[in-house]
Design a protein around this ligand. Structure first.
Ligand code: FE2
Length: 251
């Protein structure tokens, strides 16, 4: 989700949406929650109160200083697992769904066009193994730019996790599918936020920077807000996905 418009959408609509969709567990990527970059403890608490069970992050994880201590003490807000050794917080957590089923959530950063110290393939197998020791229901938020990496990781993990869900591009892709091994995947779930924009930012500011190269202070846009995401249905005993549907709800 992105900026104040995205935050309002989550806070106002998520409680009822969980009911409508009969969603027992909800993961929100919150790395653009604070005015488009980063997450603050206050906003994290509000998103959790609105019905997010786990909040994941991404390349803007350290944009706000005060999130470091918060991450160190939280098991509901996680950051990418493949950051520098010794980074505060955790990249994998397990939390109960509404019916008590434990759900593991793993957050990873892609390599292409992102500055990561550790490649995701270096760490993913061990982390998935660790998650599966605790529960068969494992969801991966793969925060990455390149469609190729996202499809490759979804294929690599097919049969070992419940879902590989892409974030970061803010553009929903039309490839939601359950793969042959039972792992649901979508290259990008899109953006809950202002779509009358350039991926969340006021369009004239984003275009101005591209055209001139001058530094521009971005402002989050406000118009055309919609909720985007994916609903995944799975078998809680095996962890296999039964269905995945991308959702797009104008507000
Ligand atoms: Fe990102």
């Amino acid at each position: 989700m992105f900026g104040p418009a995205g935050r309002r959408a989550v806070e106002e609509r998520l409680p009822a949406l969980r009911e409508e969709l009969d969603a027992g567990f909800c993961i929100v990527n919150g790395e653009n929650a604070a005015d488009g970059r980063g997450l603050t403890p206050k906003i994290a608490d509000k998103l959790l109160a609105a019905g997010a069970d786990v909040i994941t992050l991404g390349n803007h994880v350290w944009a706000r200083d005060d999130i470091r201590d918060y991450l160190a003490g939280s098991d509901r807000v996680i950051r990418p697992a493949n950051l520098a050794a010794g980074s505060p917080g955790r990249g994998l957590t397990v939390a109960p769904a509404a019916d008590g089923t434990p759900v593991a959530v793993l957050n990873l950063l892609g390599s292409l066009f992102l500055d990561v110290p550790i490649g995701f393939f270096e760490v993913v197998d061990e982390l998935v193994g660790e998650a599966r020791l605790r529960t068969p229901v494992v969801v991966v938020d793969f925060h990455a730019e390149a469609t190729s990496e996202k499809i490759a990781l979804a294929r690599w993990l097919d049969g070992r996790v419940t879902a590989v869900v892409g974030t970061h591009t803010h553009v929903q892709t039309s490839d939601a599918r359950v793969q042959p091994g039972g792992t649901a995947a979508i290259t990008d779930v899109g953006m809950t936020g202002p779509h009358d924009s350039v991926i969340g930012v006021e369009a004239d500011l984003a275009i101005g920077r591209m055209r001139t190269g001058f530094p521009v202070r971005f402002r989050p846009a406000e118009g055309g807000t919609r909720i985007e995401g994916a609903v995944i249905e799975c078998d809680e005993k095996s962890g296999r996905a039964k269905a995945i549907e991308a959702i797009r709800i104008p507000l």
